[in-house]
Ligand binder design. Sequence first.
Ligand code: ADP
Length: 934
Amino acid sequence: MDAALGAPAKMADREGDLTPMMAQYFELCREYDDSLVLFQVGDFYEAFCEAAERVARLCEITLTKREDSTGEYAMAGIPIDNAESYIERLLEAGYRVAVADQVQDPDEVTGVVDRAVTRVVTPGTLTEDELLRSPDNNYVACLTATESDGGDSDGSTDRTDRTGPASAPGADENGPYGLALLDVSTGDCYATSAGRLDSIADELGRFAPAEAIVGPDAPVDVFDGDCMVSPYERTAFQTESARERVEAYFGDLGLADEAEVRACGALLAYAEYTRGGNPDAGDIGDDSTAAVAGPDGASAEGEPTAALDYINHLTRYDPREYMLLDRVALESLELFDRRAVHGHQGLTLVDALDETACALGRRKLNDWLRRPLLDEDRIAARHDAVAELTGDVTLRERLHELLDDVYDVERLVSRVARGRANARDLRSLHDTLAVVPDVEEALADAESKTLVELRENLDSLADVRDLIDRAVREDPAAELTEGGVVKPAFDDELGALRETEREGKAWIDDLEASERERTGIDSLKVGHNSVHGYYIEVTDPNLDSVPDDYTRRQTLKNAERFVTPELKEREDEIIRAEGRADDLEYELFCEVRRDVAEESERVQALAERLARLDVFVSFASVAAKFDYSRPEVGADGFDVEAGRHPVVERTEERFVPNDAHFDEQDFFAVITGPNMSGKSTYMRQVALIAVLAQAGSFVPAASARLPVVDRVFTRVGASDDIAGGRSTFMVEMTELADILQNATEDSLVLLDEVGRGTSTADGLAIARAVTEHVHEAVGATTLFATHHHELTAIADELPGVFNLHFETEREGDDVAFEHEVAPGAAAASYGIEVAKMAGVPADVVQRSRELLDESDAGAARGPAAETNGHDASESVRVSNTTDGAQNGDVLAGDDADSAADARLAEELEALDVATMTPLEAMNALAELKASLDE
Ligand code: ADP
């Protein structure tokens, strides 16, 4: 993003001559210099000068010119009515947008209208439904490091010295780190701390914040590319001001961890800053005075107050309380689209499990999958609820139907508290509350402790519902200031005003008849237009009959329009009553909204329970529909009968279930088999079953006894990521190092083709060493899919290691994958058949067979690479790019055909076909063919 977005230099030069409005604009640009300022002028948000050019380009709107005493400058305006769609484009282009609204009524001031920034729209602090799009949480994060006292931390401390200022065991030099996360649209707030940056990175993987602010000295490279990171005012991170702010919001939590306090406090300050510092500032005419905060987050009054009082509950957690699923695991297990807006279209785990009825449930489901439990009792309690609902289809369907009528009251109540809710929002809240008694009734016979407790704690907020029902019309206007919002019966004065209005209008309705009678003009009409108000219309031929008390108001082509003193008086009365009533409605509405805001916490508590219930119902529906069973969590090992992959089984016509048995005797499986035989799917399904079980769901298996898994590690060999284009071997080894350092015997480790990013010899050595280490030092349950058949021999050497393999069946020249796991190591490889399936041309496949047969004739063909050893693999390594020089090396020399054949045979022999991806096989075959042609 460009620096100094808003204050273009060329304007600053002529600042002395600026018009008052432009001076105001530039003042705001300076104050919000990290944002694009959109400046309200009537019905438009304008940008000027260079900012205008940018806005015009990004939003594809016309750039206009404007001239004043300082000369000509550019201007671009977006219509306020449709502002969100333009703001979205600016956000996508990486900007923050500061919206400066008119905070005075233009009719009531002479001179220039005051404007103030009422919100700074940033990717992580969105609250507008139009911008949020999906119901999923949208987090902004704040990361703090050890507070440095002045300058001594950067110069004198050796950053590589691990004995630096760290206090927690295992902490790195800038730890302990504090991390806070906030969803401004719902008020969900989390805080945690960790000694090591790795742990912070894992938590960021879990929450995938869209934006982050970082404190002094906090690292920025832990955030991924999807996260907008910005530094924030240093002062907001000072412990004392941060603590005051945290306490203003959450009360005294006795937060001892300073890094956490500073992260939380700064984040709250930032949230206030993005709301223009005052939740009500945006509503012109609202009686609250606009105390707009500056970017340092302190309110104008100085003392921090809970400006966003719907943020009232902080969840502090220790990452170790939940099954840890780091970024790599979340991605390779495909739990979520990491961010719905940019996400891909494939089915994710959360999609496969989402039968929730309302947005509250969908968010809760995400949360539970993101943070599977470790506590056996809590897990069992969730399973109890799911079991009861799985067994009772009537109850389940009834609850689903009721929850279908539940609005996103979390976001709704945050709008209420921010003074942004309209009358329709309140009616939606009312309708949601109206569902609660029915939910209670539906749950009347529930037996599981979880559901009983849930029912007993449902608060239907009858008082709030009643208030809304008495005050707000059933089908209210969208606008708040033009009437049609509050029921007349709600307030005596309002009732009287609306009665006056009604009587006046009734009198006017009768006027036509009475005037026709009085004047004898049958064609006389009474009407109304917005410019001239009420009138009596008489056509030209009848003008002679017009009485004396008629005053001319308007002349038309064939008629004249008149008023009478009485009509004028009635009209004024109606206008007065109407205007006053509209204003009064707005005032009353704001009062009601404030009263409802007072109950935010209760609404949030209710929302939480409805969300949980929705997830239970969803889990139960999925369990019933897809034949899941209740897992038993807390066993010593894995004992899964006929397990399935919850996502792949939805897309495969015929999914083959597989068992999984791991215990102290057999905890490390070396899995072999050709490509596409089902190894990865099998490993992932074991992990997903564990994740589902600990999240509280039933699992896709005939039966499952499972241990409590503390962490799932998944590492997929780098060469499988040809298309992804990541730097290969280094990534692989970094991830591997993480496992070796952090896995425990309660962890589940999935290694898929680790060691492929290097030569066969290296790869084998690394794979072997990893196996030994994980086996001896860690003792984690491990599934290791490998193409190194040599590794299968380890099963005989190391206790606890055993072989599994996937079979293929040859059908003539084809192979069919059975996808069935079996004990023991795979024997044959099927590379050529796989190449054929992948679409390699028939003549190439045919020639490969011939070559293979020739080479088989020479030497009995055993498991690949075994006979030829490592040097062959070294010299004829298959590379993804066609390396002409290498081919030349290999094939140059003898010109005799037989020698060439021998070379080819040797090359072919060295190919480890069992392990090649189809693409690699294709490349290798192409190379071979090319060398033949030579
Ligand atoms: P590998 O890891 O051995 O290369 P995968 O696990 O990626 O193989 O499986 C290849 C494809 O086979 C998957 O994309 C899936 O479509 C299908 N598959 C895998 N396991 C099964 C199964 N148990 N039943 C049916 N189809 C399966």
